[in-house]
Design a protein around this ligand. Structure first.
Ligand SMILES: Cc1ncc(COP(=O)(O)O)c(C=O)c1O
Length: 400
């Protein structure tokens, strides 16, 4: 194993602080490393493997697609683009979709769209409201929108035209933006992922929707991590009963096959015209088949209900097991997007959990993040608790 890692590392750029683990195969919510060690997967490749691993219906569908055609390009029609777009329109209550390959690409497209929306109204330097602790990706524009200095460090000059506000504070939003004639859009995650599993409150979401309507701003909601059924609704903002104007998606949409999408409502759907945006791989036949099949299987297997039910159980069990424990700030999140905030940085728990056969991540230094596949069973949720909680207790005791 050590030999494999040493042999593998000299030629890839040093961009990731990797654990000394290489995963070789998976089945359901379990994965095995190259040494045959099993793990329960409570990370799902960072909220990606919606259907778990080696799904008995997804794999043959992808094999079938690969044998037919993997890539064609957007010079031609791709029938499954239309099929997946129609499904996303139905699920979101919005109207049109642009396809790309990742979360940052979806957000990059949304930012471009907002700027063009402004220019179309004669605003020469349009501004977009973004949030503290936000994470939208690592391209130059999306890292400029991100509210994390570590992500931005070393990459100045950043892209201009962002106004930053705190979460869940409608007065702060009004103070920062309501009198600025250059503001054209408000952009946030319904539940911040990398920022530490921080939900926007439902009443705040409704207030922002109303303000966007009043000011004619675009409401742009990044559902890259919290969307695609993870919270028990197709999109996390649907808990607040609102519909955004622009919604970037990625991660779980392809259950492991790279994919991104920007869903737009009537206010935004016609902003891009031929030649305004595009890419070689976006909407390719393989990714589109993955999206179509992922959603079909989610619907047939009731995975939204499963995410809500198993997620509520997991949260309750964690709350119970950690109730009153000094050093634990909060268990928060919805469905199968949960965070446990400790009072101090706890990055070491990632390795310790892996040693104990559990894959998790720690985000924002002190938040244990659980984003398992949406097929997680109640028994597997109990297993997460059984493996994780003793390690949290031991960590808090030693660092007290
Ligand atoms: C909310 C959100 N937006 C955008 C991104 C960037 O997505 P990608 O890594 O696919 O570029 C992420 C990734 O973690 C994310 O959580």
């Amino acid at each position: 194993m050590t030999a494999f890692i040493e042999a593998a590392s000299p030629h890839t750029m040093n961009t990731y602080g990797r654990l000394p683990i290489a995963l070789e195969r998976g089945q359901g919510c379990r994965v095995w490393d190259v040494n045959g060690k099993p793990y329960l997967d409570a990370l799902a490749g960072i909220a990606v493997n919606t259907l778990g691993h080696n799904h008995p219906e997804l794999v043959p569908a992808l094999q079938d697609q690969i044998a037919k055609i993997i890539h064609s390009c957007n010079y031609y029609h791709v029938p499954n683009q239309e099929k997946l777009a129609a499904k996303l329109v139905e699920l979101s209550g919005m109207t049109n979709v642009f396809f790309c390959n990742s979360g940052l690409e979806a957000n990059e497209a949304a930012l471009k769209l907002a700027r063009k929306y402004g220019h179309d109204q004669g605003i020469a330097c349009p501004k977009i409201v973004v949030y503290e602790k936000a994470f939208h990706g690592r391209s130059i524009a999306t890292l400029s929108a991100t509210g994390n200095k570590k992500v931005q460090e070393g990459f100045a000059p950043l892209v201009e035209g962002f106004v930053r506000v705190p979460l869940n504070d409608i007065e702060a939003l009004k103070a920062a933006a309501a009198n600025d004639p250059d503001v054209v859009a408000v952009f946030f995650e319904t539940i911040q992922g990398e920022g530490g599993v921080n939900p926007m409150r439902a009443d705040y979401l409704r207030q922002v929707r109303a303000l966007c309507d009043e000011k004619n701003w675009l409401l742009m909601i990044d559902e890259v991590q919290c969307g695609m059924g993870r919270t028990g609704k197709w999109f996390a903002h649907q808990w607040a009963g609102i519909v955004p104007d622009v919604m970037p998606l990625a991660k779980g949409l392809g259950s492991g096959v790279p994919i991104g999408a920007v869903v737009a409502g009537p206010k935004a759907a016609e902003v891009f015209q031929v030649g305004n945006h595009g890419g070689t791989f976006g909407g390719n036949p393989l990714a589109m088949r993955a999206g179509v099949e992922t959603i079909r299987i989610m619907e047939e297997d009731g995975l939204l209900e499963n995410a809500a039910r198993v997620g509520a159980h997991l949260k309750a069990r964690l709350e119970e097991a950690l109730a009153g424990r000094a050093g634990v700030r909060e268990v928060r999140g919805h469905g199968l997007m949960l965070g446990i905030e400790l009072e101090r940085p706890c990055g070491v728990l990632t390795q310790r959990c892996a040693d104990a056969g559990l894959l998790i991540s720690v985000t924002a230094d002190s938040v244990i993040r659980l984003v398992p596949p949406l097929i997680l069973t109640l028994a597997e949720a109990d297993e997460i608790v059984a493996r994780l909680v003793p390690l949290v207790h031991a960590f808090l005791t030693e660092s007290a």
